[in-house]
Design a protein around this ligand. Structure first.
Ligand SMILES: [Zn+2]
Length: 478
């Protein structure tokens, strides 16, 4: 019988914190900008320059740690991780090894077989490196230090995940927590959230872990899922051939759907860590922690419950809407403006999600204003536009954020409720479809729907369907 294998996965997730300035200097953290314009002697590693810790970095790290049920090291320190690479001007990275700010947390995820707890080993603060730009045309590399010194937290999980679905569920949960806290925008494409996957396989029943590899360069959830499958297969193949898995760092090439080795995986000892002599220990008082707990914003579980009670949403709808803070905010503002939460929820779960999916947009990229959706809902409820027209107008709200009242006026889309106009149309439809009228009179009442449809078509979707339906039925029973 073929051997059965189990995949064991742990994640190291880097999140860029949403501070205005860098972790150890006053330079801007803004993404982009001309190369080397957001720099100073500190973040370019000039001899004699001294780092000063940004207090907000500690606060955001604490916020994430508390939300992820971590213990806090109230006395924590920074250490130097020594290595040479041109994107790292000091030849060391300031990080935390011995006393990271948070440890021993957990995050709960939903799996097909119920809730599962993923343990968090630690969260530490560190600085980001610069960026190398390889110019193949000129056959040279440039270095941009704008990102050097941007604050990061690294969230290290225990090897508690067993497949790609659990990994994605964990990352989505983590991203949701961090976004709800406003600690980062967590854009995988822009690199403000990056996940390295540590993966090993072992025979089912074996209590010992196999040799793990680390995969880098994963910039979408789909790439992560593909990389996990690819690496799992590669390792099983090696074991089946009686070969050994090497402990190494591999780069996933999503286009080729395969990985290749970058370097043998280092251990902490390879980096010659030692406490950074330029930075004093960080002492976190009970009062400071209490203050942060107090100002913690409403997180997803509480928001979801509140939407069910305050707005009478079903659990399913509340779950979908609170999936990202962006959508939750959009819903809540719309609902409060038009006082029709169920209708607001329907427009978001229905048309908004449908269009976003069609255009492959992330929730954060949806940019229409809640005022315009609220107005559209009011107009539809008042009967001044039909459902069909509303759908068309919504498309333009979604695309260009148009003001619906003006748009309807400009394009002559107002609902036709004028009875003489509608009566003429109904008459015409009945004359054009004598056989359908016969069918109706012979007892096939269902065909009335077809006649209403024909009349709506003649009004270009603007006819009030209620009035039309009433008129047709009256005519037919005459
Ligand atoms: Zn700087």
């Amino acid at each position: 019988m073929a051997k059965q294998y189990e995949t064991v996965i742990g994640l190291e997730v880097h999140v860029e914190l949403a501070t205005k300035t860098k972790i150890f200097c006053g330079c801007s953290t803004e993404f982009g900008g001309a190369p080397n314009t957001h720099t100073c002697p500190v973040c370019t590693g000039m001899p004699g320059s001294l780092p000063v810790l940004n207090k907000q970095v500690v606060e955001l790290a604490l916020e994430v740690g508390l939300a992820a049920n971590c213990e806090i090291n109230q006395y924590c320190k920074f250490d130097r991780k020594n290595y040479f690479y041109p994107d790292n001007p000091q030849n060391y990275q300031i990080s935390q090894l011995y006393l990271p700010i948070c440890h021993d947390g957990k995050i709960e995820i939903d799996t097909p077989i119920g809730k599962k707890s993923i343990r968090i080993h630690e969260i530490h603060m560190e600085e980001d490196a610069g960026k190398l730009v390889h110019d193949e045309w000129d056959d040279c590399s440039y270095v941009d230090y704008n990102r050097s010194g941007v604050p990061l937290i690294e969230i290290v999980s225990e090897p508690d995940m067993r497949n790609a679905d659990e990994v994605i569920a964990y990352l989505e949960k983590l991203r949701m927590i961090v976004q709800y806290l406003g600690a980062s925008d967590c854009k995988l494409q822009e690199g403000s959230m990056r996940a390295d996957v540590n993966l090993s396989v072992r025979e089912v029943g074996n209590p010992n872990f196999g040799t793990r590899t680390e995969m880098k360069n994963l910039n979408s959830f789909k790439a992560i899922a593909r990389a996990i499958e690819g690496e799992r297969e590669r390792q099983i193949e090696l074991l089946e051939e009686g070969k050994t898995v090497l402990q190494e760092t591999r780069r996933w090439d999503d286009n080729k759907e395969s990985s290749y080795p970058m370097r043998s995986k280092e251990d902490a000892k390879d980096y010659r860590y030692f406490p950074d002599p330029d930075l004093p220990p960080v002492v976190i008082s009970d009062e400071w922690i209490a203050e942060i707990r107090k100002k913690q914003p409403e997180l997803q579980p509480e928001k979801k419950l509140r939407y069910q009670t305050e707005y009478q949403l079903s659990e399913y709808d509340a779950d979908l809407i609170t999936g990202t803070k962006k959508i939750a905010d959009l819903f809540e503002e719309t609902a409060n403006l038009c006082k029709q939460p169920k209708k607001a929820a329907n427009w978001i779960i229905g048309e908004t999600f449908r269009l976003a999916k069609e255009k492959k947009m992330e929730p954060e990229q949806i940019s229409y204003s809640p005022e315009h959706l609220a107005k559209l809902i009011e107009m539809t409820e008042a009967g001044s536009i039909t459902q069909t027209v509303a759908k068309n107008v919504f498309f333009h709200i979604f695309e260009e954020d148009i003001e619906p009242e003006q748009y309807v006026k400009q394009h002559g889309l107002g609902a036709v409720s004028d009875s003489s106009e509608l009566e003429a149309i109904v008459k015409m439809v009945l004359e054009e479809n004598p056989s359908t009228v016969e069918q109706y009179k012979a007892g096939k009442e269902k065909v009335v729907g077809f006649l209403i449809g024909q009349a709506m078509k003649k009004t270009k979707g603007k006819g009030n369907p209620g009035i039309i339906s009433k008129m047709i039925k009256e005519q037919l029973t005459k």
